[in-house]
Design a protein around this ligand. Structure first.
Ligand code: AP5
Length: 216
């Protein structure tokens, strides 16, 4: 299965991606996670991305598109892939289409997670992320077994710099202005699936899997 997740910041893309990637046995490719991993390593890519991420702006297409093209050129995509956080504007969607056309393996689904705006703020405000493996927890909805420690890898949990109130506001604006138009882009190609992303993580995963399985 070759598919992408679309939805505003805090919709639960990263959380659902873990379950969906495991279910369909495909790699989970998150552009946000790749940028944060580069930042942790102090690479030039990470440092360049940081200035945009901290302001809630998109990292320039030129940088992001090359990074994704390189990633999609690796040899672990026989079963497909799950892209989380890419594309984020219509130009990126066109570039993805070009890359996949060249490989003769077009995208099969764009899964949109639809969430109430009040819920988005709650989810982002309480999110804590593992510095090591990037898994997301929540202070109320998904607590780690030990406070401040990741259940998966025992890494330290922290609050992302872009989860501060003023940055969240800008990220939501950027989503409406630049990312939401890709929903029509995929609707026109007849591969858009929209599911309600309210309820428990497990319920949403079941809904998503059922919708994706209905495609085949
Ligand atoms: P990125 O890391 O992709 O952030 P995002 O899209 O803003 O999405 P988030 O990670 O904030 O949220 P999510 O939907 O994954 O929610 P999560 O599962 O964590 O991008 C960050 C930045 O990188 C961008 O702003 C940009 O600067 C740059 N960037 C990335 N890609 C780019 C691109 N293509 N082009 C240019 N720039 C790019 O869930 C949120 C919280 O809710 C968690 O605490 C979770 O535990 C909780 N939760 C999840 N589901 C539920 C549920 N069902 N019930 C209760 N709580 C839940």
């Amino acid at each position: 299965m070759r598919f992408i997740l679309v939805g505003p910041p805090g919709a639960g893309k990263g959380t659902q991606a873990v379950n969906l990637a495991a279910h369909f046995s495909v790699p989970h490719i998150s552009t946000g996670d790749i940028f944060r991993a580069n930042l942790k390593e102090g690479t030039p890519l990470g440092l360049e991305a940081k200035s945009f991420m901290d302001r809630g702006e998109l990292v320039p297409d030129q940088v992001t598109n090359k990074m994704v093209k390189d990633r999609l050129g690796k040899g672990d995509l026989d079963n497909g892939f799950l892209l989380d956080g890419f594309p984020r504007n219509v130009r990126q969607a066109e570039v993805l289409e070009e890359i996949l056309d060249e490989k003769k393996s077009p995208l099969e689904a764009a899964l949109e997670l639809s969430v109430d705006s009040a819920e988005i703020i709650n989810r982002l405000a309480g999110r804590r992320t593992c510095r090591n493996c990037q898994r997301a927890f929540h202070l109320m909805y998904e607590r780690s077994k030990v406070d401040g420690v990741c259940d998966s890898c025992a890494g330290e949990l922290y609050q992302r710099d872009d989860d501060k109130e003023e940055v969240i506001k800008r990220r939501l604006e950027v989503y409406s202005e630049q990312t939401a138009p890709i929903i029509d882009f995929y609707r026109e190609r007849n591969i858009l699936i929209t599911i309600a992303a309210m309820g428990s993580v497990e319920e949403i995963s079941e809904r998503a899997i059922a919708a994706l399985m209905a495609l085949s």
